[in-house]
Design a binder for this molecule. Structure first.
Ligand SMILES: *Cc1c(COP(=O)(O)O)cnc(C)c1O
Length: 364
């Protein structure tokens, strides 16, 4: 018996997270220039980072011999002022992925379970199983979360329930009033993690100040990220908002310096760059319309999406994905999410979206 054979069964049973194929890898495989490859596979911001964030990160590099502020005081102060929550209600993460992981480590044990929806974000089962807890998977409704069924799936041993709104990879969205009504029914022994990674892409009329719910629901943890609309995926910074007692426990589990120096500086600056966020939103709205129209023209079905990505029902997704790769276009297969007939395409610049649509047309 070697150490791997003796690793816990719940660790050996984890289905690995499948990231988008890196541009450099496909360029090597095809002997192509990296610049000729289009990657629409990881829901990254096609505009790049906010210019204010880039400058702030560059300036921060001069201090890289120093540890970052482990408490993230300056970033939390800004978030606190912007969101109307106390700093004691904020936990920072190395991406919001880290916040999800910390929540699992804080509240789950091998004797407990968490609940998530079919076709939900892959990190929920990974975070759950890493700590030996059981994942309860609830069948989806119209590709999205079935809240009534999720409520019914809660057991006495359930400690966490995960909701992504909008959800990735489906782009499905539940009206906030439904989530608010659901929260009223969830027993207090269950922490509801509300993952709002794509909240900035919602139209103004469909946004909601969910942070205002925190005073009513002490078992609510809201997670947000700088990886998507703010364009800082490579720096890894996100945060969670919750009751001070929840945040206090999570801060004990969190690695002391989990958000690095340039990431803290960039996130602070990005919060000020309202113009960049507006441009990101407008570009996404136009790009989404372009993809929806282009796919309709090709008679490819889609699932209506409120994110910066779209599920396209291509049929034989393995074959079509291989054809797209040959043409230098990287999208995301989602068979691992129980969606073997779909590919997920992220909204890019107009020219990138057109490259994808052309390559898809040639691949069908
Ligand atoms: C992209 C994404 C995240 C954010 O990941 P980071 O770790 O913040 O980069 C969280 N949840 C969902 C559903 C996502 O799609």
């Amino acid at each position: 018996m070697n150490c791997c054979d003796l690793a816990p069964a719940h660790v050996r049973a984890i289905a690995p997270y499948q990231p988008g194929k890196p541009i450099s890898e496909l360029a090597r495989e095809l002997g192509m220039n990296e610049g000729d490859i289009v990657k629409l596979a990881s829901n990254e911001n096609p505009l790049g980072p906010s210019p204010l964030a880039l400058t702030a990160a560059q300036d921060a590099l001069h201090d890289m011999a120093l540890y970052p502020d482990g408490a993230g005081f300056a970033l939390k102060a800004k978030l606190s002022a912007k969101l109307g929550v106390a700093q004691s209600q904020i936990v920072l993460g190395n991406g919001s992925n880290d916040v999800l992981d910390i929540a699992a480590q804080t509240f789950l044990t091998p004797e407990t379970s968490s609940v998530h929806s079919e076709h939900a974000f892959a990190v929920y089962p990974i975070a759950t199983q890493t700590v030996g807890a059981e994942s309860i998977v609830v069948p989806a409704r119209d590709y999205g979360h079935d809240l009534a069924a999720m409520r019914a799936a809660i057991r006495d041993d359930t400690r966490v329930l995960w909701i992504a709104n909008p959800n990735n990879p489906t782009g499905t969205f539940l009206p906030w009033a439904e989530i608010e009504a659901f929260l009223e029914t969830v027993p207090s022994h269950v922490l509801v993690v509300l993952d709002e990674a794509y909240g900035e892409y919602l139209p103004a009329a469909e946004r909601c100040d969910t942070a205002a719910w925190l005073s009513r629901f002490p078992n609510l943890l809201i997670t947000r990220t700088f990886s998507k609309a703010y364009g800082l995926a490579g720096l890894r910074v996100g945060y969670g908002l919750g009751h001070p007692d929840v945040i206090d426990l999570m801060n004990r589990v969190r690695h002391p310096f989990n958000v690095n120096l340039p990431a803290l500086a960039a996130a602070e600056a990005a919060l000020d760059d309202v113009a960049f966020l507006d441009r990101s939103y407008a570009l996404n709205t136009a790009g989404m319309a372009q993809l929806v129209a282009g796919l309709a023209e090709l008679k490819i079905g889609t699932v209506p999406s409120k994110g910066n990505f779209l599920l396209a029902k291509v049929g034989d997704a393995v074959r079509i994905n291989a054809e797209l790769l040959k043409r230098g276009v990287i999208v995301r297969p989602v068979a691992g999410y129980g969606l073997p007939e779909f590919l997920r395409v992220s909204v890019g610049l107009a020219g990138q979206n057109a490259r994808f649509l052309d390559a898809l047309k040639a691949s069908l």
